[in-house]
Design a protein around this ligand. Structure first.
Ligand code: AMP
Ligand code: ZN
Length: 474
C-alpha cells in the first residue's frame, strides 16, 4: 500500500517518501509560550501527533523538531507587565505546555529547541541574506525583500497582483519597500527593555519567521521532509520561512507541507484575540466549556481522552466545530472502546477472530494511508468492535485494538487491567480499604454500598484469595 499525504505546496495528494532511506525529517511550528495554549492550538498538536504516530506505525524513524518561541512581542510585553525576567516568564508557560501535552497523550518529539538558544544561527542566516541581496536594512529592522524572491506567494497560491495591491494600500505605514516585506531582525527600541542581543547585524532581536528557519535547518539540514502547522500559518509565516531558507541555502526547504484546519466555535476560528477559546484546563476542571457559555462553573470536568478523541476524529483538513454535544459523543465513543478492552481482557477469542482482526487492520491502514483519514479509520475500528464482540473477543482481539491505539493514542492499555488496591488513586484506595474493614466487621450492607459507589465511578472489584483487586471499566 502507498502512503499518500496532501501537500499544500502542490494542492495534491502525493505519495510520501522521505529524502533519505527510512528517516523522516519533520518540523512543526510550536507554541509561543506567553500564556496557556487553547484547545484550538491542541487541534494542531494532536494532528501532528497523529502524523507522527502513523509514520512510526508504518516503520519510519522520526527526527521531529518542534520549536518553542520564547521571544516575541507578546512574551516581552507580558513579562514586562508582570515585572518578570523574560526567561522566567516563558519557563512557566513552557512547563504548562508540556503538562498539557502529557494530559492529551501527545508524544514528545525528538527535540524542542528554544528560540533564545539559537540567536547565532538566526544571525548567520540574516547575514547570508544581506550578502546575497535578499535583505536590506530599514530604520527599525532588517527586512526581507519579497520582490527579490520570484516564487514568493507560491505556497499560499497568491498572485503577484494580489501582493501588489497590498503594497499600494499599506506602504506608507512601514519603513520598508513593500508591504509584504517582513522583518528578519528587529532593531532594539525602548519597549524591548533588556531583551536584546548585540550581534554583527545590530543590537536587537529576531523576527518570528526566522526562528523557525534557523531551528529547523540546524537540526534537520536545508531540506525537510515534512513541515506542519495550522492553515493560518500558510501565509505569511510559512511563505516567509520558504523565502528566507531558500534564499539563504539555494535548496528546496520543504518537500511536503501539511496544514490542519481550524477548530471552530459557532462558525468562527477559536482564537485568543476573538476571546472564544477554552484552555485544556478549563475543560478538565469543569470551568466552563462549550456546553456552558460564559465560563460558568460546571459540576464535572471532561475526560482528557474524550477531548483527544474529538480532536482526532475529524479529518485534519476539515473544519471542526467544538460543541458540548460533540464532546459528549466523543466521551461515549471512548467509553465504548474502553468497555471493549475491558471485556476482551477477560474474554475468549471466538472462531473467526483472526480474519476479523486482519480485515480491520487492512481497512484501518487503507484509510490512514489515504492522507490520514481518521474518520474512516475510526469507522473501521467500530466495525471491528461490533464484529469481534459478536464472534467473541479475547487476547487476539485485544492485541489488535492495542495496535490501533498506537496510532490513536487513547490510552486504552490503561483500561481494564486488574490492579492491586495500592496501585489505585488515593480516593479509590480509601474506599476499597474501607470496604475491607466493613467486611471484616460483617457489615455487608455497608460493604455493598461502597462497591456500588465504586461502580458508579467506573471501578469494578473482585475478591480473590489474595484480597480484593480492581479495574476500570470506563
Ligand atoms: P500559535 O501559538 O498561535 O502560533 O499557534 C500554535 C499552533 O496552533 C499553530 O500551528 C496554529 O496554526 C494552530 N492553531 C491556532 N488556532 C487554531 C485553531 N482554532 N484550530 C486549529 N489550529 C489552530
Ligand atoms: Zn514556524
Amino acid at each position: 500500500m502507498v502512503l499518500r499525504f496532501y501537500n499544500t505546496l502542490t494542492r495534491k495528494k502525493e505519495e510520501f517518501r522521505p529524502q533519505s532511506g527510512n528517516e523522516v525529517r519533520m518540523y512543526s511550528c510550536g507554541p509561543t509560550v506567553y500564556d496557556y495554549a487553547h484547545i484550538g492550538n491542541f487541534r494542531a498538536y494532536v494532528a501532528t501527533d497523529i502524523i507522527r504516530r502513523y509514520l512510526k506505525y508504518r516503520g519510519f524513524k522520526l527526527k521531529h523538531i518542534m520549536n518553542i518561541t520564547d521571544v516575541d512581542d507578546k512574551t516581552i510585553r507580558n513579562s514586562r507587565e508582570q515585572g518578570m525576567p523574560l526567561s522566567k516568564y516563558t519557563e512557566k508557560y513552557t512547563k504548562i505546555f508540556f503538562e498539557d501535552l502529557d494530559t492529551l497523550n501527545i508524544e514528545r518529539v525528538e527535540r524542542y529547541p528554544k528560540a533564545t538558544d539559537h540567536i547565532n544561527e538566526m544571525v548567520d542566516i540574516v547575514g547570508a541574506l544581506l550578502r546575497k541581496g535578499y535583505a536590506y536594512k530599514g530604520k527599525d529592522a532588517i527586512y526581507f525583500s519579497i520582490s527579490k524572491f520570484p516564487s514568493y506567494g507560491e505556497l499560499a497560491h497568491l498572485e503577484k497582483a494580489q501582493l501588489k495591491a497590498g503594497a499600494r494600500v499599506k506602504n506608507d505605514e512601514y519603513d520598508k519597500e513593500h508591504a509584504h516585506d517582513f522583518a528578519l531582525w528587529k532593531l532594539w527600541d525602548k519597549d524591548d527593555g533588556d531583551v536584546f542581543w548585540e550581534t554583527s547585524i545590530g543590537k536587537g532581536r529576531p523576527g518570528w519567521h526566522i526562528e523557525c528557519s534557523a531551528m529547523s535547518m540546524k537540526y534537520l539540514g536545508p531540506t525537510l521532509d515534512i513541515h506542519t502547522g495550522g492553515v493560518d500559518l500558510i501565509f505569511p509565516h510559512h511563505q516567509n520561512e520558504i523565502a528566507q531558507s531558500e534564499g539563504a541555502t539555494g535548496k528546496q526547504f520543504v518537500r511536503y507541507w501539511m496544514h490542519n484546519e481550524h477548530l471552530m466555535v459557532d462558525g468562527q476560528k477559536m482564537s485568543k484575540s476573538r476571546g472564544n477559546f477554552y484552555t485544556l484546563r478549563d475543560l478538565l476542571k469543569g470551568k466552563g466549556g462549550p456546553d456552558k457559555p460564559g465560563n460558568t462553573a460546571k459540576p464535572s470536568g471532561h475526560d482528557p481522552m474524550a477531548i483527544r478523541y474529538l480532536l482526532l476524529a475529524s479529518h485534519y483538513r476539515q473544519k471542526l466545530n467544538m460543541t458540548g454535544e460533540a464532546l459528549k459523543s466523543a466521551k461515549q465513543a471512548v467509553d465504548r472502546l474502553r468497555e471493549f478492552v475491558s471485556n476482551a481482557r477477560d474474554g475468549e477469542d471466538g472462531e473467526g477472530i483472526e480474519g476479523i482482526a486482519k480485515k480491520a487492520k487492512e481497512g484501518f491502514e487503507k484509510a490512514m494511508d489515504d492522507d490520514l483519514n481518521t474518520p474512516e479509520a475510526l469507522s473501521v475500528v467500530f466495525d471491528f468492535v461490533r464484529e469481534a464482540n459478536k464472534a467473541g473477543a479475547g487476547s487476539r482481539a485485544l492485541e489488535q485494538m492495542m495496535d490501533f491505539d498506537k496510532v490513536l493514542g487513547l490510552r486504552l492499555s490503561e483500561t481494564g487491567e486488574w490492579k492491586k488496591p495500592e496501585d489505585a488513586p488515593e480516593e479509590i484506595r480509601k474506599l476499597i480499604l474501607d470496604r475491607e474493614e466493613r467486611r471484616k466487621q460483617k457489615d455487608w450492607e455497608g460493604a455493598d454500598k461502597i462497591r456500588d459507589k465504586l461502580g458508579g465511578m467506573g471501578i469494578i472489584l473482585e475478591d480473590t484469595e489474595d484480597g480484593p483487586r480492581w479495574k476500570k471499566t470506563t
